[in-house]
Design a protein around this ligand. Structure first.
Ligand code: IVH
Length: 675
């Protein structure tokens, strides 16, 4: 074998291994190797592909980060139409559905499959000789959009089929259908990151999934936590003749495709019970469902039943009643964010939705507000989207007061009066006032927040007071605060003032990551700040960095790079940074470990510690090259259990994960000299 052949053989082996570990991690949630070991395999493959570029095919796992942007999506004509499902809403509808099937088939006993109706968007995927070659959205059912490059970034979707079972043959051609969606937990984190970065929030997981899959730049898609489940495939001679749906799903699973495991087979009577169970259990599911899909299990019967217009006769969507309530819009206000974003917010007569009282609902932006045409005095339906953010679903027009007028988006900032202007992408309207007090309050609050300078006691209220009284006009003014000045503020006592000053003093010794995050640059959340701190350990280097230098930073896309570049070119911002350094703020460069017990390990922190805060513990682990995760699984290396550790400790015990008490944790930190 020559060098190339050797490299090619090793690359194939690595791809197979990586696909296997990817499946264990993203589909089964049960990895066999550590993240560091996985990264090492990936690096080896990257090395081979750099040395032999022809090995870097688009389906290589190294390409998950996203390929080149496109101007437009191409069209894909589906090999068989992508049907949709007829909906039913109550038991009477179900009875009708069953009756029809009994009549048409002449059978009294029919087996049905009950599956969660995933609330995402439908996709169709083509594999040829086991390689993923094309993927498309549903479109009008006949023709969809070619979103192949974006689908390649979805980690749970195999780019190459490596059967889990030796008896299963990879088909020459395979067309599978399923749903792309975002899990609730990932959605929450995604929005949290967007909030931190001053970006508009997604209304719900479905919108976030749809928006992410239809990005022209696959790198953006790659940064979104999309996932996928497959639930059907187009019949073909390359596949065994499946007798039932369940058999088909099992076959797809054995081919290495991600399949939803919440599937039940029931007789007629079982459907009702399955529906009640899934209705009750919907909040406990890790993803959003908007109903239950009932499908005839037997493939032969399906063929006999056929379809009417665009829906099959053999399946139906039994929808859940929406968790919505009606209430009244008392007024519509404009909230001013840290980056000047003006967000319309509806103030509602408080109402309970799904057990939680809702009194405000975001209207997101001007376009959304126009589209929904929500007005003061309107009766509206609200729901909690993604189990978190309350949202207005619709207006009850019949109850609209006769004298109501459309809400006029203000042309000026309601707080400082500066002109309001549309963003580059046209979605957000921002206040252009350089010294807008509302923005300043948000900026100071962000500056002092936990992941930023971590100044305890400097929250929303105090920030508002400091700005309103003119005591604080810039970040550096925080470091010029004295006890006398603080005591002039309403409700500020001796003790609180002293504590606050101590916290301010303490915050001076900080890290470059916190420092960069605290500046409140648009798009720069904690994760970006971390990557930026690694690339630019000293802040002055950002004053002279070129746009290209910044674009090279991990996970920083062109739009983000532009914003960061402009920020550090602006003399006012340079002065703000200098003033902070002059006031004694001292950001330490990140220290990177090359060895030690936490390097490449995943650690979960639970319970309280007496010696340090959760944040500090996290920082210590990360500084040593470890990763802190929020939940315990088999891939966790250590669980640090402090006082009153609860369910996470229990789970760690069950899974046999190594548990450290506070003292053992501190010893390990000390033993590792990199601290
Ligand atoms: S089967 C002909 N199964 O619901 C079969 N669809 O209203 C059509 N959906 O476009 C699809 N979960 O986006 C099927 N377990 C599931 C589903 C599901 C969600 C969506 C899918 C489809 C829509 C039909």
């Amino acid at each position: 074998m020559d060098t190339f052949q050797k490299a090619e053989a090793r690359a194939l082996e690595l791809r197979r291994e990586l696909a296997h570990h990817n499946h264990r991690y993203y589909v089964l949630d049960s990895p066999e190797i550590s993240d560091a070991q996985y990264d090492a395999l990936m690096r080896e493959l990257q090395g081979l592909e750099t040395a032999h570029p022809s090995l870097a095919t688009p389906d290589s796992p190294t390409q998950r980060v996203g390929g080149a942007p496109v101007d437009d999506f191409g069209e894909v004509v589906h090999s068989a139409p992508m049907l949709s499902l007829a909906n039913l809403f109550d038991d009477a509808g179900l009875v009708e559905f069953e009756d029809r099937i009994r009549k048409l088939t002449g059978l009294t006993q029919v087996a049905y499959v009950c599956e969660p109706k995933l609330d995402g968007l439908a996709i169709s995927l083509r594999y040829e000789n086991g390689r993923f070659v094309q993927g498309a959205t549903r479109g009008d059912g006949t023709t969809g959009e070619d979103v192949t490059s974006n689908l390649r970034t979805i980690r749970s979707l195999p780019m190459e089929l490596f059967p889990l079972d030796a008896g299963v043959k990879v088909p020459k051609r395979l067309e599978v259908r399923g749903e792309v969606f975002i899990r609730k937990e990932d959605f929450r984190k995604l929005n949290e990151k967007r909030e931190e970065a001053g970006e508009p929030l997604f209304a719900n997981p479905r919108n976030a999934a749809a928006g992410s899959l239809r990005q022209l730049d696959p790198k953006v898609t790659a940064s979104r936590p999309l996932t996928v489940y497959l639930y059907e495939c187009v019949p073909s001679e390359d596949l065994p003749a499946f007798k039932s749906h369940v058999e088909k799903l099992e076959h797809l699973r054995k081919l290495g495709l991600p399949i939803n495991t919440y599937v039940r087979v029931e007789g007629v009577d079982g459907i009702r019970k399955a529906y009640d169970d899934s209705l009750k259990g919907r909040h406990a599911l890790p993803f959003e469902v908007d109903g239950m899909v009932v499908k005839v299990d037997e493939e032969d019967l399906r063929r006999r039943l056929g379809q009417v217009s665009k829906s099959p006769r053999w399946a139906v969507a039994y929808k859940f009643p929406p968790e919505e309530e009606s209430t009244e819009v008392q007024n519509i206000g404009i909230q001013v964010g840290r980056t000047g974003a003006l967000t319309p917010v509806a103030h509602l007569r408080p109402v309970k939705v799904g057990g939680v009282t809702v009194s405000r609902a975001t209207l997101h932006n001007e376009d959304e507000l126009r589209r929904k045409d929500v007005r003061q005095g309107d009766t509206v339906f609200v729901r909690r989207a993604g189990d978190v953010i309350p949202e207005i679903v619709s207006v009850v027009l019949s109850k609209r007061p006769a004298d109501s007028r459309p809400f006029e988006f203000p042309a000026h900032c309601p707080v400082c009066g500066a002109a309001a202007a549309k963003d580059e992408d046209g979605a957000i309207i921002r206040c252009t006032g350089a010294s807008c007090p509302a923005q300043l309050v948000e900026k100071i609050r962000h500056f002092a927040s936990r992941l930023a300078m971590d100044i305890e006691g400097l929250g929303d209220k105090l920030a508002t007071q400091l700005v309103a009284t003119g005591t604080v006009k810039s970040f550096a003014d925080v470091y010029g605060l004295t006890k006398e000045k603080l005591l002039t503020l309403e409700r500020m006592g001796d003790k609180s003032a002293e504590n606050l000053l101590a916290a301010i003093e303490h915050s001076k010794q900080t890290t470059q990551r916190r420092f960069l995050y605290s500046l409140g640059i648009r798009h720069v959340g904690d994760a970006t700040a971390k990557a930026m701190a690694e690339a630019f350990p000293e802040v002055h280097r950002l004053f002279t960095a070129t746009l290209e230098d910044i674009t090279r930073v991990k996970d920083v896309g062109p739009v983000m790079a532009q914003v960061i570049h402009t920020f550090f070119q602006e003399p006012q911002n340079q002065q703000a940074v200098e003033a902070l350094l002059k006031a004694g703020v001292s950001p330490a460069p990140p220290q990177v470990s090359t060895s030690g017990p936490f390097l490449g390990k995943t650690v979960v922190l639970t319970g309280g510690m007496s010696g340090m805060s959760r944040e500090q513990a996290k920082e210590e682990v990360e500084r040593r090259g470890g990763k802190v995760s929020g939940s315990v699984s088999r891939k966790t290396d250590f669980v640090v259990a402090g006082e009153d550790a609860g369910s996470k400790l229990k789970k760690a015990q069950e899974l046999g994960v190594r548990i450290l008490d506070e003292q053992a944790f501190l010893l390990m930190l000390q033993g590792d000299a990199r601290g």
